[in-house]
Each structure stands twice: as C-alpha cells, then as structure tokens.
Ligand binder design. Structure first.
Ligand SMILES: Cc1ncc(COP(=O)(O)O)c(C=O)c1O
Length: 338
C-alpha cells in the first residue's frame, strides 16, 4: 500500500472491506463485511430501471492523538431514514447504521489518512432496490452497503476561493426532493455541473424553482454568507439538503465564536451586500467563494480571490479543530471507532 496522502484528490480508491446487508421477505439480514468490491444484479433491478437509490456521506478522521473518530453519524442515519421513506425503501435502523459505519471504518483502519495530511476517510452508505421490477413500482428486495475511500480536497486548488455561477436549471427533479440524497436528484444535476466546469466555474448556485429569486444551495454543498458586521447568514429553504456541516457550523458560530447567526431567505439581490461567502459540507468542509457570476455579471466578495475571509477562516479552524480532536467537541458529536 503506497498512498501519497498529501496528493489525494476526491476520488475512489479501492479499500479492504465494505459492508453489505440484504433486505428480503420484509427484513434486513445481519450484514457482513466483504472484500468483494463488485455488485452483481439482475438486468431489470429497480435501481437500474427507476433509480430507486439513495445515499449518505460522512467522514472518519485521524485525530491529533492518533485515534479514529466519526463526526455525527447519528445525523446521517436520521437523514437517510427520511431519504428511504421518500424513495419507498425500508429504513436501515439508526443503531445498526452507526454500528455498521464503525465496523467498516475499523476494518479499513489502515486507510484512514494520518493526522496532519489534510486527507480523511470518506464514508459512503447507500441503498438500492435490487430485484427485477418492470412496472413502475418499488422493489421488494434491497441492499444497504457502506464503502469507504480515502480522499483529499473536494475542490481542486485546496482553499483557493471558488468561482460559482447562478444556474438556470433546477437542481432536483422532480421538485420537492431537494432534502434527500437520492441518486435521481444528483443524476439530474450532472449535465449542469459538467457545463459549469466547461465554462470555467467550480459549481452552480441554484435558485428556488418557484420564483427564481432566492438562493438555495450548490450542487454538492450548502452556502453560508457573512455580513459586514460578522453575522453568519444561511438560506432557509425546505428544498435544500439539511447539511450536517451547516447545522454544526451555526452552533459553532454562536457557542464557540460568539457570532450572531441568521437562517433566513436570501435573495440573489442580497448577495452583493455580503462580506464573505463559503460552501459547507462533509466533502467541501468550508470552501471559500470569491465570486458568483450572475449571467455574465460578477458579484465579487470583498474577501477576494486569494484567501479565505477572516470569519470563514475562524469557522473553518474551529470546526476542523473539533473534528480533529484539537478542540473539545460538544457532547455527542464525536464517535470513537473502537
Ligand atoms: C446537495 C448537497 N447539499 C449539501 C451537502 C452538505 O451536507 P453535509 O454537511 O451533511 O455533508 C451535500 C453533501 O454531500 C450535498 O450533496
């Protein structure tokens, strides 16, 4: 095993073990860890024909004192429960979800990047309908799986501020499924992310589908703004993914940094009044945004295109510190893998 931890991008690397549990006859089996990274399915499996699938994403970190920890896996279990209900899939129970995450990380211990390399172990729990279905209806059999892969920064260029563009498309189709992580949602955004990259942008900012006035989120992360007087503002919307990072950051801003926070509707017109902007998510961590291009017109944040804004940096350092075991975490946020 010869991994250059410092040079890892955000890609798939085959690791030692993955978790698999099968649902059949109305119940989940006890689950196994396997070395086999392939999945063999019937050609008519519901996941292929109707994209009956959903997923989660979280990370394991190697802390300053060499331990391995996970950040708030209970919230991923709860969000996946909502995704499953919305996609007509059986729920994988929360306690089992957490145990399976721990077991999978433990079985791949040597793949958890060393402290200080900037790399982490990305954990991808996912579920899909696995038996043959040709009429439009949910599957009867399902697989719940967890794979892990070591990753570096999500955006190329590390912490260089990003360029976003306001998108003309809706992120999620059909409407109203923006708060779940389902395969179909993301497939519908692939055209748009490829186009954004071809046009030289790092990501798309989506507006609300009904009025195209309010900021929602980006393709793979929620968005935060900092006002000129240091208040952390984040868009309130029922159709964005309830980011665990964003929810944690708002708490950190208030309780650790003494900042004011506001969850409210943010119009595209409001954006030019903010001092700083950033994307937040498990993969994005907190990535600074330097500009948002609105149909050819650039909105530039005073924090610029070189560095993270000062408040964004404080949020980043504090959250990172909590995840890496350098700063005491709130009760119940950190799960040890042992
Ligand atoms: C569309 C979208 N929004 C937000 C997020 C951030 O969510 P979290 O902080 O729970 O990782 C993600 C992460 O994958 C995402 O895909």
């Amino acid at each position: 095993m010869d991994v250059k931890w410092n040079e890892l991008g955000f890609g798939y690397v085959k690791t030692d073990k993955r978790y698999v549990s099968l649902y059949k006859g109305g119940k989940w089996d006890e689950g196994i860890l396997t070395s086999d990274e392939t999945v063999t399915l019937n050609e008519c499996a519901c996941v292929f024909q109707y994209a009956q699938t959903c997923f989660e994403g979280l990370k394991a970190y190697r802390t300053a004192d060499g331990k391995i920890v996970c950040f708030r896996p209970d919230l991923n279990a709860e969000r996946m429960e909502r995704s499953c209900e919305r996609m007509k899939m059986p729920v994988f129970p929360k306690e089992r979800f957490i145990e399976a995450v721990k077991a999978t990380v433990k079985a791949n211990e040597r793949w958890v990047p060393p402290y200080g390399t900037g790399a982490t172990l990305y954990i991808r729990p996912y579920m899909f309908g696995s038996d043959a279905v040709i009429g439009v209806k949910p599957a009867n059999e399902f697989q719940f799986r967890i794979l892990v892969t070591p990753v570096g920064p999500y955006f190329k260029g590390g912490v260089k501020p990003l360029s976003l563009r306001v998108s003309d498309l809706d992120r999620a189709a059909p409407r109203g499924t923006g708060d779940i992580k389902a395969g179909l949602n993301y497939a519908m955004s692939l055209y748009n992310i490829v186009d954004a990259h071809e046009q030289g942008f790092d990501e798309n900012v989506y507006l609300d589908a009904a009025t195209r006035t309010y900021i929602e989120e980006t393709g793979g992360a929620n968005i935060i703004f900092i006002t000129k007087d240091g208040t952390v503002v984040t868009p309130k919307s029922d159709s964005i993914l309830p980011s665990i990072t964003r929810r944690s950051l708002l708490y950190v801003a208030r309780e650790y940094l003494g900042l004011k926070t506001e969850e409210r509707r943010v119009t595209l017109d409001d954006v030019s009044g903010f001092a700083e902007c950033g994307l937040c998510g498990t993969a994005a961590v907190i990535s600074p945004v330097g500009r948002i291009n609105d149909h050819g017109k650039d909105i530039l944040f005073p924090s610029g295109m070189k560095d993270m804004g000062p408040v964004t940096k404080k949020l980043y350092d504090t959250l990172r510190g909590i995840q890496m075991g350098e700063i005491k975490a709130p009760e119940g946020w950190i799960y040890g893998i042992d």
